[in-house]
Design a protein around this ligand. Structure first.
Ligand SMILES: NC(=O)c1ccc[n+]([C@@H]2O[C@H](COP(=O)([O-])OP(=O)(O)OC[C@H]3O[C@@H](n4cnc5c(N)ncnc54)[C@H](OP(=O)(O)O)[C@@H]3O)[C@@H](O)[C@H]2O)c1
Length: 280
């Protein structure tokens, strides 16, 4: 049988649809939701903090500095260097435990903080600098995920882990050895974690936000042609107004998360979800 609704039932049907969707909205508002966002002080992370606060989530931001954003739902801004990998668990556990004493229906962890690392030839990298980038871009999302999974163990909470990656994860870009390789590693470990998630209560996505107008892009544009041969392309993206405001990307990420609109282990290109031309 086709899906057409006979006219006699159509107003009844639309009332039912309206009632059902407003029930879903109410249920959504009544749900206890928490978002933990790394790198919430600037750029995309700051926009995510604002977006999730507005959507009624309790929000925790973790970065080396705090932003000037205030909202009753912004529970804490934890100032912590996430490349200090050995102290992630000991330094963050107690602060997070306090918040986790409440029961949440849904928790979202967004591993967003990252660095470009040193821009230039691999031969010029020091092992120490390389390690810092690995620890922030690759190891800290794993440590954060493990910590939150453990804190939620034995609770009936849906956990979404969104690992912010980059198109650079799939390319070998001269001058970006640190960035490409650490993001590639993050993509791979996220897929492994998706495969191992059965019974652990989490779902994970790799989120490629696309090029955004943030400090990170400013740093890219300011690099030298010698260190980064593609620098002119990025200067042109800026000149041609192709960088998307991070607020737009944050809204699309939160929408995707709330609608649960991704597969476990999927790589989501936010660009594919634009509902308007890029520059609006
Ligand atoms: N911008 C783009 O065009 C673009 C494109 C593709 C992917 N991405 C990805 O999108 C994400 C956000 O990028 P963005 O452009 O918003 O970057 P951004 O403007 O450089 O902001 C980075 C954030 O990470 C925090 N952070 C940096 N180092 C940290 C550390 N050691 N410990 C804790 N927090 C640290 C920074 O805060 P503090 O300085 O206060 O610590 C800041 O809040 C990143 O994962 C990036 O790789 C960006």
């Amino acid at each position: 049988m086709g899906g057409a609704i006979p006219p006699a039932f159509s107003s009844c049907y639309s009332r039912l649809v309206l009632r059902t969707s407003s029930l879903i909205d109410k249920q959504n508002i009544l749900m206890q939701k928490l978002a933990i966002i790394t790198g919430g002080s600037k750029g995309l992370g700051k926009s995510l903090v604002e977006e999730y606060c507005k959507r009624g989530y309790q929000v925790i931001s973790i970065a080396r500095s705090s932003s000037d954003y205030h909202h009753p739902n912004l529970r804490i801004q934890i100032e912590f260097d996430l490349s200090d990998i050995e102290h992630i668990e000991t330094s963050l556990q107690d602060k997070l435990k306090e918040v986790f004493d409440n029961d949440f229906d849904k928790v979202t962890l967004i591993n967003n903080a990252a660095t470009l690392g040193q821009i230039g030839k691999v031969i010029d990298y020091t092992a120490t600098d390389f390690n810092k980038a690995v620890q922030l871009n690759f190891t800290s999302p794993i440590a954060m995920s493990n910590l939150i999974i453990k804190l939620l163990r034995s609770k009936n909470t849906d956990l979404s882990i969104l690992n912010v990656s980059s198109g650079a994860a799939n390319k070998a870009i001269n001058g970006w050895g640190m960035y490409c390789s650490t993001k590639a590693g993050l993509d791979t470990i996220s897929k492994v974690m998706a495969g191992e998630s059965n019974g652990l209560g989490y779902k994970i996505a790799i989120v490629n936000p696309g090029i955004m107008d943030t400090e990170m892009q400013g740093a890219i544009r300011n690099s030298s042609q010698e260190d980064f041969p593609l620098v002119k392309n990025f200067q042109k993206y800026h000149k041609d107004n192709l960088l998307v405001p991070p607020d737009t990307i944050a809204r699309l990420i939160a929408e995707m998360d709330e609608k649960n609109d991704y597969e476990n282990g999927e790589t989501v290109r936010i660009e594919d979800r634009f509902d308007a031309p890029r520059n609006q």
